[in-house]
Write a protein of this length. Structure first.
Lengths: 271, 293
């Protein structure tokens, strides 16, 4: 069973397996999302992170097991920036507004909708970009725009696919703080990330995935050489710096003309 | 001015002008969604496929050949989508096989049994002769239906065109919307087939939309531009067809191509940058929600 929270369970995957065509991508996963959850799903490429997210979204049906969801659960999803068609003819305002598909169906925004969109954009610090084309935004601004679109749905659960992929360090910090604020406001958050140091180590709860759930717990419990080796299939070193865990992957590169180190280096196995 | 009013003294030209102008506007309107979804090839394939139904229906139910061709088109669209979603055959191959086979069947039926409706050449390249009041009413009805569909589902259509996965999660019934769009596309092709012609309908789905994209970064404005350009092409193309003595469809498309060249020259790199990526070809299976995988 997985979950940080003690609050009400919003969504549960019970002994779920998933496959694309005949290939099993995830097997026998138990995953519960509580209303106060803030979880990062980590794992190598092809490990099933996005598949797990899609199961939670309900866009992929499990081939085995069951899924239970709280009635009328409001879920919002922030896609990977790489998957977006940035040339699509749409402004930031139009992009955020598109999540309001229920209720009023007029093509144009009502006065209250306009005000609501601008309030959310203002909260995320991009209100002045409302009439810009989406291609004209920086990576961080693009991520904020999609967060705004998600927030307009007033979600109970926010799912994000690699939210810090392709953004700079400063933007990554901003996104982390934004997500922290949203969590404090009562939004459950589940995200995937391959960024162990920049993202995963800062989250309260992690789930390591490699075709199955390898481990879950706090970063201190999960970010260990043993768990990381089982998850990523390669040995990694874990250091502690100013109270933070730092993962060092890959073998050190020694130049031929480099001075001999004072103490012998021990090379990790399997690298 | 005489050149403008002289053709209007002929009843057949008046009917042709109404149908061509409305056809251009309708195809330009629907074309925005087709082009932005990367479905241009499907539009091309469907027009060819409907030709098969057009020929077959005339043999078995001459009075209802438009209905038969329409049903044939919808059946082809469903067949393409189904085959592609099964994953065994790619979307390109599915469209290639189903639509060209249907087109070939139409050609064979025309050659063997002839036609009680439009001639083979007229069906291929369009004609302004013999347009009936019923056809005009049919085109108006399809145009109103298409406009209502887009008006009522505007946001959902933008959402599912831009980001089908997230739209699906957000409560938009993407698969149903997709099916509706295919039906509207089939009806639009069918209603405009007689004037524009089978081989040139796809061009009028694409050209106004691409020009519209080159002119603006706003979806709403692109829709307006594309509809207006389609309307203009139909209107001017009809006069050009009358004076040049060539099939209407060819002149309508040539007017569109001329506007494209002018807009390209005026907008330059900005226009090209805006229209970049419109050639990306969505797999039909990708357009459906992920649950179908």
């Amino acid at each position: 069973m997985t979950g940080t929270g003690v609050g009400e369970i919003l969504l549960s995957l019970n002994h779920v397996s998933a496959r694309y065509d005949k290939q099993i991508v995830l097997s026998h996963v138990d995953f519960h999302v509580h209303e106060d959850q803030f979880t990062g799903i980590v794992g190598p490429s092809g490990a099933g992170k996005t598949t797990l997210l899609r199961l939670l979204l309900g866009t992929l049906k499990p081939c085995e097991g069951s899924m239970t969801t709280e009635p009328d659960l409001r879920v919002a999803y922030v896609p990977q920036l790489e998957t977006v068609d940035w040339n699509f003819p749409i402004t930031v305002f139009e992009c955020v507004l598109m999540s309001r598909t229920h209720g009023r169906r007029m093509p144009w925004a009502s006065g209250s909708e306009r005000a609501r969109v601008m309030t959310v954009l203002d909260r995320l610090g991009i209100a002045d970009l409302a009439q810009r084309h989406i291609r004209e935004l920086s990576g961080g601004q693009q991520q904020r725009m999609f967060l705004a679109r998600a927030l307009l749905r007033e979600p109970q659960l926010l799912l994000l696919d690699e939210p810090t992929s392709g953004v700079d360090v400063s933007t990554r910090h901003d996104i982390l703080h934004l997500l922290g604020d949203l969590h404090e406001d009562g939004v459950a958050i589940v995200l995937t990330t391959h960024d162990l140091n920049g993202m995963a180590a800062h989250l309260p709860h992690l789930v390591c995935v490699n075709s199955r759930i390898v481990a879950d717990g706090s970063p201190a419990e999960v970010i260990t050489p043993e768990v990381l080796e089982e998850t990523f299939g390669a040995r990694m070193e874990v250091l502690e710096h100013l109270g933070m865990l730092v993962v060092v992957d890959g073998a050190p590169v020694i130049r031929a003309d480099a001075p001999v180190p004072p103490t012998p280096l021990t090379f990790p196995e399997n690298i | 001015m005489d050149a403008l009013f002289e053709p209007l003294s002929y009843a057949f030209f008046n009917k042709g002008l109404i149908v061509a102008t409305l056809s251009g506007a309708l195809l330009g309107f629907i074309g925005v969604f087709i082009v932005l979804r990367g479905m241009s090839y499907i539009g091309h394939g469907l027009s060819h496929s409907i030709f098969g139904g057009f020929a077959a229906s005339q043999l078995f139910a001459a009075q209802f050949y438009m209905l038969g061709a329409g049903l044939w088109g919808v059946a082809s669209a469903i067949a393409i989508t189904t085959v592609a979603r099964k994953g065994r055959v790619g979307a390109d191959a599915a469209i290639g096989v189903i639509t060209t086979a249907s087109f070939a069947l139409g050609v064979a039926l025309f050659a063997k049994f002839g036609t009680s409706g439009p001639s083979f050449e007229n069906a291929l390249f369009g004609s302004i002769l013999g347009i009936s009041v019923q056809q005009i009413i049919g085109l108006v009805a399809v145009s109103v239906f298409a406009a209502l569909f887009v008006f009522l589902r505007y946001r959902a259509l933008i959402f599912s065109t831009f980001d089908p996965d997230v739209a699906d999660v957000s409560g938009v019934r993407v698969a149903r919307l997709e099916a509706m769009l295919m039906i509207v596309l089939s009806l639009a092709i069918l209603a405009t087939l007689t004037v524009i012609g089978v081989t040139l309908v796809a061009a009028m789905l694409v050209i106004p939309a691409v020009i519209g994209r080159m002119l603006t970064d706003s979806f709403g404005k692109m829709l307006a531009w594309s509809t207006g350009i389609g309307l203009f092409c139909g209107f001017v193309g009809m006069y050009a067809s009358y004076y040049a003595g060539v099939p209407s469809g060819t002149m309508i498309v040539l007017v569109g191509a001329a506007i494209f060249v002018i807009v390209l020259a005026v907008t330059g790199g900005r226009g090209l940058r805006r229209s970049a990526g419109l050639d990306k070809h969505h797999d039909v299976a990708e357009l459906a929600p992920v649950v179908t995988r």
